[in-house]
Design a protein around this ligand. Structure first.
Ligand code: SAH
Ligand code: SF4
Ligand code: F3S
Length: 446
């Protein structure tokens, strides 16, 4: 009888946005049936996948330095008679294609975001040392049709409902790396949501680059209503949405649909109208402020989150001040902020008036200081309130649990009875910049 074969080890490193987090999970789903188990470190993995992000220069450079580190492990394993298949997936794979293999010959496969359903076949070809090393030209629909069932590992899950983007903001690579905007048919989305619910998922976050522009045979709000009808799904979120796709119906729904969580991630990028125009954002500051005041009218407690870019080409000190003014006026519960990064091939890269690194760094520090203050303040304002918390895991100490508030804050509390997936009422007694703590006042089992 032959020796039982050691399980094959898979290591996936995920960079970038939630779309990549979703894709990495689906790659695990694709590879599970081939006998791959997840490794904690790349050192001893038979298959290493870097699921990459192209959004800023730094993100792309990280990929090449990581490949450099992997080369040493690959060589060591080869000396031991073992192989290591290095796969580059995600947006750098899509953007740079074969250039990656030219620059880093130790890379075995380059797989774009619409082609990872082909991984089993591609890996087999590497083993046979034959055939294409590049798979970047598939459609999103073909991928979704061929992906296996989901195997969620918790009570919260991402669900990708839309791919790509047609907005062409002048700074952004996404329309080039993820392709044209495509919405999955509503029946497919609902089937995936029901399958997640059957496996214990209680909170679903719908994903897309402009998720509120969804048009998969139904409006976005119709999709939200249909999801809300799935009994055991208690909470629905969505990201990222675009201001110009924020309909009156969606705003109204924040006031009427109890399962829709009071959290809105709505990137604004800048507070200056001239910069917004140069960015091709298709909205100005007044338009954005109007949306926020209408959302707050129906849901006054909503947690508002956003993205900013500082130092876009031509941004003056005064224009940066307009961004600070917007922050001061609107109060954000959370935000992501970045220094503008010039991306080859995008219109902004060729604009005159590129801002110096020093100015960008200074502006970012000023902005982030204010945003962190607002986040800390928002968390502190929950102290004394009782919040519904979805239990997501256990802490290190016995009885210690953690969960998620409606406002996406992580909450720590002690309760021996609470199980993952329960929703507990927690009286908040403490807060920090990143989390809340409190005591359970009642437990509701699903
Ligand atoms: N689709 C989303 C965001 C996609 S990328 C939207 O339209 O808002 C996530 C964030 O990265 C963007 O909101 C933007 O703030 C930032 N970003 C994108 N391109 C960038 C660049 N070239 N330099 C710096 N930040 C960038
Ligand atoms: Fe990029 Fe703009 Fe599309 Fe968002 S909307 S992904 S920032 S091009
Ligand atoms: Fe990055 Fe691609 Fe997402 S470029 S931000 S991983 S869509």
């Amino acid at each position: 009888m032959s020796e039982p074969r050691a399980p094959k080890r898979l290591f996936i490193e995920t960079y970038g946005c939630q779309m990549n987090v979703y894709d990495s999970e689906r790659m695990r789903d694709v590879l599970g049936p081939l006998g791959y188990t997840v490794a904690e470190k790349p050192d001893d993995a038979d298959l290493v996948i870097l699921n990459t992000c192209h959004i800023r220069e730094k993100a792309t450079e990280k990929v090449y330095s990581e490949i450099g580190r992997l080369r040493a492990h690959k060589e060591r394993r080869a000396a031991e008679g073992k192989g290591m298949t290095i796969t580059i997936a995600g947006c750098v794979a899509q953007a740079e294609g074969e250039e990656i293999i030219r620059r880093a010959p130790e890379v075995d496969l380059v797989v774009g975001p619409q082609a990872y359903h082909k991984l089993p076949e591609l890996i087999a070809r590497v083993a046979r040392k034959s055939g294409e090393q590049l798979a970047t030209d598939f459609t999103a629909q073909e991928k979704f049709d061929r992906l296996p069932a989901r195997a969620p590992d918790g009570v919260t899950a991402f669900l990708s409902i839309q791919e790509g983007c047609d907005k062409f903001c002048t700074f952004c690579v996404v329309p080039y790396t993820r392709g044209a905007e495509f919405s999955r048919p509503i029946a497919d989305v609902l089937a995936e949501a029901r399958a997640l619910a059957d496996k214990g998922v209680r909170e679903i976050t719908l994903l897309g680059q402009n998720v509120n522009a969804y048009h998969g045979g139904a409006a976005f709000t119709d999709l939200l209503s249909a999801l809300a009808e799935i009994d055991t799904i208690a909470r629905i979120r969505y990201m990222t949405s675009h201001p110009i796709e924020t309909t009156d119906e969606l705003i109204a729904m924040h006031g009427s649909e109890v399962k829709l969580m009071p959290y809105l991630h709505l990137p604004v990028q800048s507070g200056s109208d001239r910069i917004l125009k140069a960015m091709n954002r298709k909205h100005d500051g007044a338009f954005y402020r109007d949306i926020i005041s209408r959302v707050r009218a129906v849901r006054p407690d909503i947690a508002l989150s956003t993205d900013f870019i500082v130092g876009f080409p031509g941004e003056t000190e005064k224009e940066f001040e307009a961004t600070m003014q917007l922050v001061n006026d609107l109060h954000f519960a959370a935000a992501f902020s970045f220094k503008y990064s010039s991306r080859p091939g995008t219109p902004a890269a060729a604009m005159v008036g590129q801002v110096s690194e020093d100015d960008k760094s200074r502006r970012l520090a000023v902005l982030q200081k204010r945003l962190f203050e607002q986040q800390t303040q928002f968390n502190a304002s929950q102290v004394g309130r009782t919040l519904s918390v979805l239990v997501t895991g256990t802490g290190r100490r016995s009885g210690q649990k953690h969960g998620r508030s409606p406002y996406l804050q992580s909450v720590h509390f002690d309760d021996a009875r609470a199980r993952n997936g329960d929703i507990v009422e927690v009286h908040v007694t403490g807060s920090s910049q990143n989390s809340l703590s409190g005591e359970v006042s009642s437990l509701v089992r699903a």
